[in-house]
Design a protein around this ligand. Structure first.
Ligand code: BG6
Length: 484
């Protein structure tokens, strides 16, 4: 057992971004339109109103698809990583990142999602980025699907509800595995695969009003993603010997509001539900409690013969997850003060501080989460998102004194280290987002996560100039000293 104050020698310190929030260049070099490209920035919606930000209906889709504005639809412009990746990779290299988690946009490679031949220009972009990473000594960690499925599949196939989408996605995966087999060892299948139940559109391309029974559609879409993920594992192992491929969960660790057994039951069921997704992807089958769950909701999954076998055989090599905050549940939830969190919300925890968006800052919850996941599955873990969204101010001397960010990271890294001492096997840690980028939930720019500041406001004004924040040199030191 490692009882000294060190991290494993080969610990993968890094940072994370996603194509749809960073690249921009939404209509460049043959890229197709994705769900992220039609996510509108809603000015004036309260910071904590995550549900309002993500609402989508037929009319909004129509308006968005006809619009060419990248002011209203900020993910179309991102932070222009598409054209500035060299400068950004140089900064990541300077920080000493050992790994960078990024995603490949499906619509750059297959603009509609279902073509037979890939778009060579799209592949060439990732050739350049991956080669650039390797040149900086940065190990690529690639997410295959991060909140950006092709709009063509949304409009013509009902998103992930159509079984055919599994084949299209697998074709995309095989294409990139083959292209990058000598360069990329670490892969992740679906970002926050559980989020389809909270955000059917972004995660599953499911437009609620197009379905009579939305829950049925959501769980059918989820089932297809589970199968697609398992097939991605299969082909990743076949095409890239020695590769490691993981699932990705929004870790929503939930506490009971009181020791009233009814509160404890609600919280324990929330936790159980959160782990349903990893149960399928790590243990290879739907867990026992889903039978009753589906029956009570009247959900009948359409499973093909062979699906159960696919899930069983092609389980993941590691569990990756995002962790930003913890939640609280109560039987009286509706009558208690609420706060928001990552794609969700819950009861306020009086013991915790919140960030400007109402997310409860809970470093100890990270240690709890790591132990919970490891004791249940005993497979290596990878924290692939953790960080704090904050409004940063530029001082008169041009500096950005983001001590609150340093405090957040320090306290979480300390707890992560405790979990390692507890015996948890952890492959690495990638902070979200290592450079400021467009917020997933609200499409704001001013919800900043980075060690690197990007000069751009919510409306897209700014020079896009990159600037090191105070936390930049702090994280550089953390990595250089392997976490000490
Ligand atoms: C996760 C996503 O849900 O949280 C990221 O995987 C996202 O894409 C991150 O950016 C932070 O959420 P937000 O809404 O603050 O950008």
């Amino acid at each position: 057992t490692n009882t000294t104050r060190t991290f494993p020698e080969d610990f993968l310190w890094g940072g994370a971004i996603a194509a749809n929030q960073a690249e921009g260049a939404w209509n460049v070099d043959g890229k197709g339109l994705s769900t992220a490209d039609i996510a509108i920035y809603r000015k004036g919606v309260a910071k904590s109103e995550y549900k309002k930000h993500n609402a989508i209906n037929e009319e909004q889709i129509k308006t968005a698809m006809e619009s060419t504005s990248d002011r209203e639809y900020p993910k179309r412009r991102g932070i222009d990583f598409y054209h500035r990746y060299e400068e950004d990779l140089a900064l990541f290299g300077e920080m000493g990142l050992k790994t960078l988690r990024l995603s490949i946009a499906w619509t750059r490679i297959f603009p509609n999602g279902n073509e037979t031949e890939p778009n060579e220009a799209g592949l060439q972009f990732y050739d350049r980025v991956i080669d650039g990473m390797l040149k900086q000594g940065i190990e690529p960690l690639i997410t295959l699907s991060h909140y950006e499925m092709p709009m063509y599949l949304v409009n013509h196939h009902g998103g992930w509800t159509d079984r055919k989408v599994v084949d299209y996605f697998v074709h995309f995966c095989k294409t990139v595995f083959t292209r990058y087999k000598d360069k990329v060892k670490y892969w992740i299948t679906f970002n926050e695969i559980d989020s389809i139940v909270r955000h059917p559109f972004t995660s599953g391309g499911i437009v609620p009003e197009r379905f009579e029974n939305v829950e049925q559609a959501v769980y059918q879409g989820l089932h297809h993603q589970f199968v697609a993920s398992a097939l991605a594992v299969k082909y990743c192992h076949e095409i890239i010997p020695g590769s490691q491929i993981g699932c990705m969960l929004t870790k929503l660790t939930t506490y009971a509001h009181t020791c009233n057994p009814e509160d404890v039951l609600v919280a324990s069921r929330d936790n159980q539900f959160n782990l349903m997704f990893t149960d399928v992807q790590v243990r290879g089958a739907y867990p026992y409690f889903t039978k009753r769950f589906f029956a009570e909701k009247g959900i009948n999954l359409d499973m093909l013969e062979g699906d159960e076998e696919i899930l069983k055989v092609h389980t993941v090599d590691f569990i990756s997850f995002s962790y930003y905050m913890s939640l609280v549940s109560s039987v009286d939830g509706d009558r208690l003060e609420q706060v928001s969190g990552n794609t969700t919300g819950g009861v306020k925890n009086p013991y915790l501080q919140t960030n400007d968006w109402g997310w409860q800052i809970d470093p100890v919850g990270l240690r709890i989460s790591l132990n919970e996941l490891y004791s249940r599955y005993e497979v290596p873990l990878f924290i692939v998102e953790n960080g704090i969204g904050a409004v940063d101010t530029i001082e008169a001397d041009g500096s950005i004194q983001d001590d609150y960010r340093i405090d957040y990271f320090r306290s979480h890294i300390e707890q992560m280290h405790e979990a390692i001492l507890d015996g948890v096997e952890l492959l690495g840690y990638t902070s979200w987002g290592v450079i400021d980028l467009i917020s997933y939930s609200s499409s704001e720019m001013e919800k900043r996560y980075g060690f690197i500041y990007v000069d751009q406001d919510n409306d897209g004004n700014g020079t896009l100039e990159r600037k090191r924040k105070k936390s930049f040199s702090w994280y550089k030191d953390v990595i250089a000293n392997n976490g000490l």
